[in-house]
Structure formats: structure tokens, C-alpha cells
Design a protein around this ligand. Structure first.
Ligand SMILES: Nc1ncnc2c1ncn2[C@@H]1O[C@H](COP(=O)(O)OP(=O)(O)O)[C@@H](O)[C@H]1O
Ligand SMILES: [Mg+2]
Length: 295
């Protein structure tokens, strides 16, 4: 199956904004993890305490305890409790480590042991595919497989030997704010905004308990942005999904966040509610917020 690397919207955003690393991440995140050169499975499982079929929950909490990236000091000891069923927005200047932080939560970047816990279990002790099913991710630009929208939505469950019915496919599309007519469309001809919603539906088909979003609307127009925001808020309301989203837009943060995490130079400076900006005390945090609100 070939990954579609050209834009579905006039050849612009997808090919330009995808670095090699992003491409690899998107493949990895689609749970297609290659075996290593020794022929060993690269699934990284030390133990799996529960399998997917035993799960009944739709939401989970994430504990982050003194998360460091020791080699380049990208993360300098981040600790935060992500409450179940809440939307956390991560903000901060470019190069602060926001994407590294997000990628560590589903092991696209491998965190040190004893740093990240999903419902109390260290994620590095879990099967990496299980981690990525339970903690779904959406990137800045959608990477879709060639074929129909339905083919894309069915992909994750098919890896587990499940074939989604047409009705189930349409259900996931609707969760991503797309109507049933999209199911049989080819992905060629979709706008980037529609493609991003298909990518969201594909992620939702894995029934994640936590959703990670890395600037998912930064390549989208305001209407497409609105669709994604609506979907995320509805997933929180109807399923109690836990959401962690990096956003470049403070206006967006004010619209959807329950909590805001400000990361500057690898440090988590403040966690606050967007309705309580006056609780922010760190001088660097105040400075950043003032600048963010002027834009
Ligand atoms: N694997 C890596 N090795 C070295 N430097 C990296 C790596 N990944 C990212 N960086 C650098 O680390 C900094 C933080 O990256 P990133 O997490 O992408 O920040 P943000 O998402 O806040 O812009 C950036 O300067 C980036 O270029
Ligand atoms: Mg980033």
C-alpha cells in the first residue's frame, strides 16, 4: 500500500510541510512498524497487562513525572497530571520541545522509564502497538493512503483482523464531522481540511482513549479549523476522550482548552485554565501570554 505523499489540494501543503521525520512518524503511527534488521520484531513489548479486547473504557488519564530528554536537553523535567476527559492545550515558542513532548506520549520518541504512565502503567513496559492504539495521534498535515476514504478508515482495525462495516465507517466519519457521502470517495480531490478530517476518522477507528494532536489546524482554513475543533469538543462531550493538543493559536486555545500548559525551552512553566489568565505568575509565562494575545 503506497502512502500518498502528494498534496490532495493542489500539490501544496502535504509535500512541502512533510519532512522525512514526519513521513516516518506517520507510517509508524499507522501501526505499521517494520521489523529491525536482525529480523526481530520492533514492537518493544516487555509485558502487556491487558489486551485491546479486554478494554471497555473510552478515556484514560496520563501522568507525566519528571520527563527529560537527556541528550539534547529538549525536555528538562516535565511533570503534569492530565485529567481524564479534559482538553489540554500545549503552547509555547517554536523549538521549545512541544512536539517532542507530544511524541513521547505515544512513544514516537522513546521516553525514559518511569516518566509516562497510562492509567498508572509505565508506557515503556507496554506493547508499543497497544500504546499507539490507546493513544492516537494526528499530525499537522494528513498522510493518507491511496484509495478511498473508507479504505483509510478501515486500515487500523484491519491490522487487528477486524473489518469495519459500512455503518461503522460512516460512524467514524461523522465523529470527524464528515457525512456518509465521503466513504466511497477517492482521497484524490479532497481538500486538505477534508483530508485532515479523514485522518482524524482513521485515528478514531482505533478507538483511542487519549488523542494527541500536533498543530492539527495550522495548515487549514478557518472553516476546516472549525470542523476539527467541533469534532474534538464533541468527542470530549460524548465519549469523555482525553485530548492533548499543541496549538499555535491562542484564540483556538481559548475556544477549546480546559487547561493550558505553557512550555518554554523544555520546561513546563505554568498549567492554568484559559479563563483564569490572572493566575499566571511566572514572568516568562506572563510575557509569552501578552505577546500571544496581541496576535
Ligand atoms: N531528534 C532530535 N535531535 C536533535 N534535536 C532535535 C530533535 N528533534 C527536535 N530537535 C530540535 O529540538 C527543538 C525542539 O523541537 P520540537 O519538540 O519540535 O519543538 P516545538 O514543537 O516546540 O517547535 C528544536 O530546536 C528542534 O529542531
Ligand atoms: Mg512542533
Amino acid at each position: 500500500m503506497a502512502l500518498m505523499e502528494e498534496s490532495v489540494d493542489g500539490g501544496l501543503q502535504l509535500s512541502e510541510s512533510f519532512s522525512r521525520r514526519g513521513d516516518d512518524e506517520a507510517r509508524e503511527h499507522l501501526l505499521a512498524i517494520p521489523d529491525d534488521s536482525n529480523g526481530h520484531s520492533n514492537h518493544g513489548s516487555r509485558s502487556t497487562s491487558r489486551n485491546d479486547s479486554q478494554r471497555r473504557k473510552s478515556s484514560s488519564h496520563v501522568s507525566i513525572r519528571n520527563l527529560v530528554e537527556p541528550k539534547n536537553q529538549l525536555l528538562k523535567g516535565i511533570s503534569v497530571e492530565i485529567k481524564t476527559g479534559q482538553i489540554y492545550c500545549i503552547i509555547g515558542p517554536s523549538g521549545s520541545g512541544k512536539s517532542t513532548f507530544l511524541r513521547s506520549i505515544n512513544r514516537l520518541w522513546e521516553p525514559p522509564a518511569d516518566s509516562i504512565f497510562l492509567d498508572g502503567e509505565d508506557i515503556v513496559n507496554m506493547n508499543v502497538l497497544t500504546v499507539r492504539r490507546r493513544i492516537g495521534m494526528l499530525f499537522q498535515s494528513p498522510m493518507l493512503f491511496d484509495g478511498t476514504v473508507a479504505d483509510n478508515v478501515r486500515y487500523g482495525p484491519s491490522l487487528q483482523g477486524k473489518t469495519l462495516t459500512d455503518k461503522e465507517v460512516i460512524g467514524y466519519l461523522e465523529q470527524a464531522d464528515l457525512d456518509a457521502s465521503f466513504a466511497q470517495k477517492s482521497i484524490i480531490g479532497l481538500s486538505v481540511g477534508q483530508a485532515q478530517r479523514v485522518a482524524l476518522a482513521r485515528t478514531l477507528a482505533n478507538k483511542p482513549e487519549v488523542l494527541l494532536l500536533d498543530e492539527p489546524t495550522s495548515a487549514l482554513d478557518p472553516i476546516s479549523t472549525h470542523h476539527i475543533e467541533q469534532s474534538v469538543m464533541e468527542l470530549k462531550r460524548s465519549k469523555g476522550l482525553t485530548v492533548i493538543m499543541v496549538s499555535h493559536s491562542f484564540e483556538q486555545v481559548k475556544r477549546i482548552a480546559d487547561y493550558v500548559c505553557l512550555i518554554v525551552a523544555g520546561e513546563l512553566l505554568e498549567v492554568f485554565k484559559p479563563t483564569e489568565l490572572d493566575t499566571v505568575t511566572h514572568p516568562q509565562a506572563q510575557e509569552y501570554l501578552e505577546a500571544a494575545q496581541r496576535h
